[in-house]
Design a protein around this ligand. Structure first.
Ligand SMILES: C[S@@+](CC[C@H](N)C(=O)[O-])C[C@H]1O[C@@H](n2cnc3c(N)ncnc32)[C@H](O)[C@@H]1O
Length: 237
């Protein structure tokens, strides 16, 4: 983990200027069009795997959650790595509306409102629960260790049987979805656990939500850049 984060820092420096590039937008549109299991590029898979290996290796307590699991590719990785590491004590919570993005309030998030309409042409990430389960099934990972949490995050996540977390992957696209998720889940994150914000560099409101939540809560654990889209931090205390 230390090595990987070190290499990442070396490659990108500590500067956190993310942004949607033609390359990252092209990747996302292509992945969506060919029904890829995840819209994220391979770097995100490497980093998620490293986070999981670190928390298992260091016995950081807690389950894993992805908020915005879509077709389920990242949950496949979470569950698959746990299986490979012979760790059967953790649950992977997979949260999504399983019906696509919510309509944002344009007065609060004009950036999100614009993207809500633009993303209409590609279905606003509306994968169903059946599609999510098909993905898990293809990898032989459709079992009780992966639990879907269906509905809008603000309503569904407080009722999910999540006691403590070691990895939180946020891929919620919009400001309100990201902020709601942090408010509900971050207090459950164990010391030594990770938050990955997969879409921090996107032109939507995810970054505003992450920045506001960190400022509000006085979180100064360093943000580490994954690539032009993603960042992560590790909870020190
Ligand atoms: C960009 S997609 C996630 C991509 C996925 N993580 C991957 O790796 O392919 C965003 C997902 O967040 C979900 N989403 C966004 N806001 C939500 C909310 N407030 N409640 C429930 N689901 C939400 C959408 O339904 C969509 O599936």
């Amino acid at each position: 983990m230390a090595t990987l984060l070190g290499e990442t820092r070396q490659r990108f420096g500590d500067e956190l200027v993310c942004g949607l590039t033609a390359e990252s937008l092209g990747w996302l549109l292509d992945a969506n069009a060919r029904d890829a299991d995840t819209l994220a590029p391979p770097t995100h898979l490497d980093v998620l795997q490293s986070c999981i290996e670190a928390v298992v290796d260091e016995a950081v307590p807690g389950d894993f959650v992805e908020a915005g699991c879509f077709r389920g590719g990242q949950c496949v990785l979470m569950s698959g790595v746990l299986k490979a590491l012979d760790d059967s004590g953790r649950t992977v919570f997979a949260a999504d509306s399983f019906g696509g993005l919510p309509e944002p309030d344009p007065r609060q998030s004009p950036d999100d409102a614009v993207w809500y309409h633009l993303l209409g042409s590609i279905g606003r990430f509306g994968a169903t629960l059946g599609e999510f389960e098909d993905t898990l099934n293809r990898y032989g990972l459709l079992h009780g260790g992966v639990r879907p949490v269906a509905g809008w995050f603000r309503a569904s996540l407080p009722d999910a049987a999540i006691e403590s977390l070691a990895v939180i992957r946020l891929d919620c696209t919009f400001y309100q979805s990201t902020f709601d998720t942090l408010e509900i889940l971050y207090p459950k994150l164990s010391k030594g656990g990770f938050v990955i914000s997969a879409d921090y560099g996107a032109p939507t409101g995810a970054r505003r939500a992450v920045d506001k939540y960190r400022v509000d809560q006085g979180i100064d654990d360093p943000l580490i850049r994954i690539d032009g889209q993603g960042v992560l931090w590790r909870r020190a205390d």
